[in-house]
Design a protein around this ligand. Structure first.
Ligand code: ZN
Length: 129
């Protein structure tokens, strides 16, 4: 079963969905995971509280990039309020493999960037560890 998930991760890493940047995004945020060297930026187009488009860019390990790619697939067409409710379990379920503490940071970088973006950095309650 783990192998299936690993292939799924590699597929997203090699063929990332929604990769790139948006012109004049309504929301943009970037952050990094110094433990691994992952860097991630996400751009959002938001209209009437609903995400119309999303792109991610950056560089990093397969876990961080695959998690970002998977996350963007969930985002389009959903309301900003819904995105605020996404949890780390949603990300980890998508990835489907057991992760050590270092890899966990890689996996959750996408969620961190998303949350900080949709809340606005001032309004962001912070990482729920
Ligand atoms: Zn990483």
């Amino acid at each position: 079963m783990e192998d299936l998930y690993r292939e799924h991760i590699l597929d997203h890493y090699k063929n990332p969905r929604n990769q790139g940047t948006l012109e004049n995004p309504d929301i943009t945020f970037q952050d990094s995971n110094p433990l691994c060297g992952d860097e991630l930026r996400m751009d959002f187009k938001v209209k009437d509280g609903v995400v119309e488009d999303v792109r991610f860019s950056g560089k990093g390990c397969s876990i961080s990039m695959a998690a970002a790619s998977m996350l963007t697939e969930h985002i389009k067409g959903r309301s900003v309020e819904e995105l605020k409710k996404l949890t780390r379990e949603d990300i980890l379920e998508d990835l489907g493999i057991e992760l050590g503490p270092v890899r966990l940071k890689c996996a959750l970088l996408a969620l961190k960037v998303l949350k900080a973006g949709v809340y606005g950095i001032q309004g962001w309650p912070g990482e729920d560890e």
